[in-house]
Every structure is written in C-alpha cells, then in structure tokens.
Ligand binder design. Sequence first.
Ligand SMILES: Cc1ncc(C[n+]2csc(CCOP(=O)(O)OP(=O)(O)O)c2C)c(N)n1
Ligand code: SF4
Length: 285
Amino acid sequence: MSVEAVPELTPQAYKTDEHPIWCPGCGDFGVLSSLYQSLAGLQIPPKDLVIVSGIGCSGRTPGFVHSYGFHVLHGRVLPVALGVRLANPKLTVIGVGGDGDGFAIGGGHIPHAARRNLDMVYLVMDNATYGLTKGQYSPTAPKGFQAGSTPYGNIEKPLNPLAMLIAYGATFVARGYSGKPKELTELIKKAIDHKGFAFIDVISPCITFYNTYKVIPPMLAEVPASHDPSNRAKAFELSLLEDRMYLGLFYQVQEPTFEDGVAEVIGRAQASSRPRLEEIFAEFS
Ligand SMILES: Cc1ncc(C[n+]2csc(CCOP(=O)(O)OP(=O)(O)O)c2C)c(N)n1
Ligand code: SF4
C-alpha cells in the first residue's frame, strides 16, 4: 500500500495574504519571521496551531500566521489560552502580545499561568512602550523615559520580566532579540518543544516611538555557556544582573502541567462517583 507523501511545510506556508501593517523597521517583523521559521522547523500543521494575541501592534500577529487565531481583549491572552488548551490539549498554543498587554493590564494573569504550568508558549514582544496608542511608557520602560504621558521623564522603576517569571514558577524562561532571528528561532523551537509554561521576553524595538536600535546591541551578551538552566537560584541571579542584557535560556525544568493535573482529577472524580451514579441509574431504571 502506498503512503501518500505529506508535503513539507516551509516558512512561506505559514504566511497569510495579510501584509503586516507595522511601521517599516519595527522589531515585530523579526519576531514574526522567527515564528515562521520555528513552525516550519518543527513542522507544526496549521490545523493544530492556535495563536492567541492581545491588543497592540504586536497583537496583530494572528492575522499574519496561517493557523487558528484569537485576537482577544486587551490583557486577556493567558485566560483565553488556558481555555483553548483545556478544550483541546492536542493543540499547540502560542500566546503573543506586547509588554503593556502582558505586564500592565494583563499582569494579574501571569503568576497564575506560570505557577499552574499551563503547557503553552508566551511570547512578549517587549518594546518598553505602548506602540499602538502612540508611545506611552509601559511597565518595562526605563526610569527617565520621556514620551507623551511622561513629558518630564518616567519616575517608575522598570519591571524585570525574567525575574518575575522565574519567581512565579514558570518552567521555561528565556530572552530573545528581534535583531538576532537565528537565535530567536532556536529559542522559540525549544519553547514549543517544552512541556509546560514557556515564556520568552523578546526585545523588539518600536522604531517609531522608542527607537532602541542603537542602545540595545552594545548591551547584548549570550547567557554564559557555563550557566546551568536547571538551577533556579542561579537563573534568578542571572536575571537580576544589570551589566548586560543576556540573551538565551535562563531557566528550564520539567514539572507536571496543569492539563495533566486536570485530566487526573477528572479521572479520580469519575472513578469515585461511578458507584453513586450507578445507584441513581438503578433507582430510575
Ligand atoms: C481595556 C482597554 N484599555 C486600553 C486600551 C487601549 N490600548 C490599546 S493597545 C494598548 C497598549 C499597547 O501596548 P503594548 O501592549 O505594549 O503593545 P504594542 O502596541 O507596543 O505592541 C492600549 C493601552 C484598550 N484597547 N483596551
Ligand atoms: S508603532 Fe512601534 S510597535 Fe507599532 S508598528 Fe510602529 S514601530 Fe512597531
């Protein structure tokens, strides 16, 4: 019997007819390109893929990826992704959004998705500003950041996404850069392969409202080869270093997922309620 050959999925196969309307030079183009490469690298069938996005320039991503897509309310990527995963745990779920969407309005969902170890990827396209609404300061904007909403400079200390996710119990924590697409592709592939909550803070400059293309490259360094990503204390320490902006995998461990826990509880509940159910059926038959 001949087995029908399945055509190989190229990065092109994941592109839609929608042309991204991001500003020329926006970092999000680099992230999207790495996403296409990663999906092709892992041969993920579009029918088994769901991209859930928040509101923002980055939130437009599902329109550009040939897959199922859910462009949700501002800040609600994680609860919707949880619903999708529980409804069909066979799907690959990738959440995408900006630092405003994820860490400001949506920040309350992060601890719970991380500690539950929901099996999904969460990519934050971090430009330290609200791109879509014209450059207000975001939770990752540095002190002194000047923009329309902070004309005399931001007085707040920026949030540290990597330290936060490690502290909350995410089982995969990494940082990538839109300007290093090969490295970012490898990180996204690892995140998709990871069984559990995989978070990547992707530095993705907003060329229009906060152009960091000159300041970021000199700050970049690879996570040292000697770093042991299973060592949580060391990963936390590395995430707190401010001498460099480290890129790569900070932390990765294997732990049971939320979906495994839910399936187990359903099994136990069904087993324990079965005798009572049979009594009820007998009573009414
Ligand atoms: C409930 C609600 N509040 C506020 C807004 C306005 N709003 C739209 S996008 C956005 C922030 C976008 O910034 P970010 O999430 O960092 O994404 P980026 O545009 O930089 O990719 C805000 C405040 C909204 N759409 N809905
Ligand atoms: S406003 Fe900024 S984040 Fe939005 S598309 Fe333009 S460069 Fe990208």
